[in-house]
Write a protein that binds this ligand. Structure first.
Ligand SMILES: Cc1cc2nc3c(=O)[nH]c(=O)nc-3n(C[C@H](O)[C@H](O)[C@H](O)COP(=O)(O)OP(=O)(O)OC[C@H]3O[C@@H](n4cnc5c(N)ncnc54)[C@H](O)[C@@H]3O)c2cc1C
Length: 365
């Protein structure tokens, strides 16, 4: 009998895990607390696959910048102040990691991880006859000021040192890449290796593929705890009263993973990060490229006929209500076309290089 893997969470991480496990011949059960028709982070994101993101969040200057943003109502980043030891612990780890040495060690790892991820998406697109469309137009980092362009040029230089293509463009060269869109910028950095997908199409294709290959889905089944015997994890317990036994367990519950990990006394340093997006179904202008408006920290991602715009990272508990400022900011964009709004919670780790040693407390067999 082949190994049985129980995956907690049917977001993009859980579904990718399910597909790859089942293709190795293992039996897979995906346990999801919501029903099959659901939304959340894996549906409302920018769909951008970004090997260009080689600089981790914890980098020199990040702490000072975050503190400044805390004082600005419309800033793209916000930490909801609250008496929380895990948040303080996370902050300390982030502060310790925000240095040049961390960037030097993390950048090649992030490059390799992101390029491997891009390759996997292309393989999946080929294996699903294009049901997952991977658009290979790259990302434009659009800069309104010379200072921002100079800073982005440094990242471009680092990318080139790591063997990746990156082009620094003036305003004219930027406009030439996308003649149909008027851009008020001094220039941009183009990362041609970046790509993008349409998130809900990706999710439903992964789900169908996993099911066709024999994965079982347990919808509306929230995992509430674990059965542990002799320091080995044996089963999941659920809100519906079921016990799901397996040989291996994958925790892919997104922003809720930290809370579940606490049940196992795993001290994973994770905080929920909430972001917001808005989707125009038929925009009057459709850019060709995914872009990040550097100063505003807003992403713009064309998805077929639709255009998704989003940004703002709020570190608050996954259950907290939406941040009004950010929602208002995005809602104030002209939206005469039919549009949908969304918020999603993802996980934010304090460092890019160090979590596996903290997760090795359990054996599963
Ligand atoms: C606005 C925005 C834009 C983004 N843009 C990008 C982008 O362009 N590129 C990119 O790479 N990333 C982007 N991200 C991040 C990306 O969306 C997330 O990293 C990713 O979706 C996380 O997937 P996940 O499977 O870990 O979590 P989720 O999608 O949150 O899935 C976790 C699942 O676990 C389920 N679950 C939780 N608790 C339990 C439980 N106890 N029992 C059973 N099930 C449970 C949840 O219901 C959920 O379905 C963006 C995020 C946001 C918010």
């Amino acid at each position: 009998m082949s190994k049985h893997v129980a995956v907690i969470g049917a977001g993009v991480i859980g579904l990718c895990t399910a597909v790859y496990c089942i293709e190795r011949g293992w039996r897979v059960t995906v346990v999801e607390r919501n029903g099959e028709t659901r939304d959340g982070c894996s549906f409302g994101n920018g769909g951008m696959i970004v090997p260009s993101h080689i600089v981790p969040l914890a980098a020199p200057g990040a702490v000072t910048q975050a503190l400044k943003w805390m004082l600005q109502p419309s800033a793209p980043f916000h930490i909801k102040p609250r008496a929380s030891w895990p948040l303080v612990d996370w902050g300390l780890k982030f502060w310790q990691a925000a240095n040049a040495e961390h960037v030097r060690r993390a950048a090649p790892l992030l490059r390799d991880l992101n390029l491997a991820s891009r390759g996997c998406y292309q393989d999946l697109a080929a294996a699903t006859d294009g049901d997952i469309e991977v658009r290979l137009t790259g990302t434009l980092m659009l800069c309104k000021t010379r200072h921002a362009l100079d800073e982005e040029a440094k990242t471009a230089q680092l990318a080139r040192e790591l063997g990746m293509e990156a082009h620094v463009l003036d305003a004219r060269a930027t406009a030439a890449l996308d003649p149909g869109t008027r851009m008020d910028v001094v220039g941009a950095v183009h990362f041609p290796l970046d790509a993008s997908v349409t998130p809900d199409r990706l999710i439903y294709t992964l789900q169908r593929r996993a099911r066709e290959h024999g994965a079982r889905f347990r919808w509306s089944t929230g995992v509430t705890g674990f059965r542990v015997e002799n320091r080995a994890l044996r089963a999941l317990t659920t809100a519906t009263g079921d016990v799901i036994e397996a040989d291996e367990f994958v925790l892919a519950a997104g922003a809720w993973s930290g809370r579940l990990a606490q049940e196992l006394r795993l001290g994973l340093p994770m905080q929920a990060g909430k972001g917001y997006s808005l989707t125009l179904s038929r925009p009057r202008v459709q850019p060709r490229h995914c872009a990040i408006l550097v100063e505003a920290r807003v992403f713009v991602s064309p998805m077929g006929e639709a255009l998704r715009i989003g940004g703002t990272m709020e570190m608050a508990s996954a259950a907290s209500s939406r941040r009004c400022r950010a929602t208002t900011l995005i809602s104030s964009l002209p939206t005469s076309d039919a549009s949908t709004h969304g918020a999603g919670c993802g996980l934010v780790l304090p460092t890019a290089c160090r979590t596996s040693d903290e997760a090795s407390t359990f054996r599963t067999s």
